[in-house]
Structure formats: C-alpha cells, structure tokens
Design a binder for this molecule. Structure first.
Ligand SMILES: Cc1cc2nc3c(=O)[nH]c(=O)nc-3n(C[C@H](O)[C@H](O)[C@H](O)COP(=O)(O)O)c2cc1C
Length: 196
C-alpha cells in the first residue's frame, strides 16, 4: 500500500461533483416544464441524462422524445431548488424562469441559463428505477459574451457552474473558483494529444 490509507464507504449513492442542469421538456398540463438534475454527460453530439423513472420529466421526455439541457450559474440557486423540490408543479412559472422555444425541438430554452442545448431522444433504457436517456444535440445556444470574436471559441474559463457532490447522508453544492483554470495539455510535455 502506497500513499494515504483508504476505507470502504457504505452509501447508496455518491456524487463526486456533477454540474447541476435544468432539463426542459414539453408537458401536457403546463405546456412546458423543467426539472433539476445533476446526472448528465456529453460526448461529441451525444448527451446522456439520468432521471428517476417516476418523475414527470421522465414521463414527458419518454412521450415527446425531446428535451433541453439548460446550464445555470450560481446566481440561480433558488430556481435550482424550486425545479428540484416540487415534483409535478408548474416549475418554470413557480421559479419565474422565462424561456424561448427551441428551433429544432419543441422544448423550453431557459433564458437566464448561459447555455441551452436542444436535444432529441435517440434511445433510452430503464434500470433500477432510473431512466437513462440518450440524446442527440441538435443546437447549442450560448450567451454572446462567452464566445470569442471569431465565433468559435467558448470562453469556458468564465463560467460559474454549480456542482453537486456528496453521499446518501449529506449532499452539498460546490462552486468554481473564478481564477482557477488551466489549459488542456499544460501538465504534460509534447505536442500530440488524443484527449477529447
Ligand atoms: C441539485 C439537485 C440535483 C438533482 N439531481 C437529480 C438527478 O440527478 N436525478 C434525478 O432523478 N433527480 C434529481 N434531482 C431531483 C429532481 O429534481 C426531483 O425529483 C424533481 O422534483 C422531479 O420533478 P418532476 O417529477 O416534476 O419531474 C435533483 C434535485 C436537485 C435539487
């Protein structure tokens, strides 16, 4: 054994730092709605999100096969909790979150989120009470001041996303330190990178 001693942790869940997002969807009762989740990842034009199977979000995303991913910064903490605590409510209205409709998907794009992704469902599967949704990103919309003048570069060192961490006993939010970022490749020698 080398380094710090380790022990097993007895917990039913462990989040090691996932960005909090709003899933936006078409809703039969309120027209459009949003639910908070921290379970997502994106690779290329594919995005995977996870949500409990008996949530309204799961029901309507399965039905309409489209959704939006809306990424908030830390100025939207109460909105994050409203959309995460009030299952079945009209949460976009309750949290006072204005939105614009998507171009390729009939979903709400939350105006105050710095990034919105319009997505269509390509596949999903249910496992152990969770719905795992695989989507294709059709369009990305971002605050203008987060894009460099060439229109290509996303100024990702300026975003203040909220990260969900913890275990079944206690879960907390963590925030990014404004002045703490490093360029990809800063820690190895050489030019070649196969890192996405
Ligand atoms: C910070 C935060 C993160 C959450 N992450 C998830 C998650 O990853 N998956 C999930 O199923 N629910 C998650 N939730 C809980 C859902 O948002 C919650 O169950 C919601 O009320 C479901 O609403 P709906 O039934 O109207 O869709 C999270 C809630 C909060 C506040």
């Amino acid at each position: 054994m080398f380094g710090k001693p380790k022990t097993e942790i007895n917990t039913s869940k462990l989040y090691y730092g996932f960005p909090v997002i709003f899933l936006g969807y078409k809703d039969d009762k309120f027209k459009y709605n949003a639910t908070t989740t921290s379970s997502s990842y994106s690779l290329g034009n594919t995005i995977n999100v996870g949500i409990v199977s008996d949530s309204c979000a799961a029901k309507y995303i399965k039905k309409y096969k489209q959704f939006s991913v809306n990424v908030p910064c830390e100025n939207l903490m109460s909105e994050i909790e409203i959309c995460g605590f009030f299952s079945g409510h009209n949460k976009l209205q309750q949290a006072d979150l204005p939105y614009t409709l998507g171009k390729y998907a009939d979903v709400p794009l939350i105006d105050e989120c710095f990034l919105n992704l319009e997505c269509v469902v390509t596949n999903f599967y249910e496992d152990n009470g969770y719905l795992h949704i695989i989507g294709e990103v059709k369009r990305r919309v971002i605050f203008e001041d987060l894009v460099a003048s060439d229109g290509k570069l996303f100024l990702s060192d300026e975003i203040q996303t909220v990260h969900f961490t913890g275990c079944s006993s206690k879960r907390i939010y963590r925030y990014l330190d404004k002045d703490n970022s490093s360029d990809l490749g800063s820690f190895v020698e050489g030019e070649v990178s196969n890192c996405g």
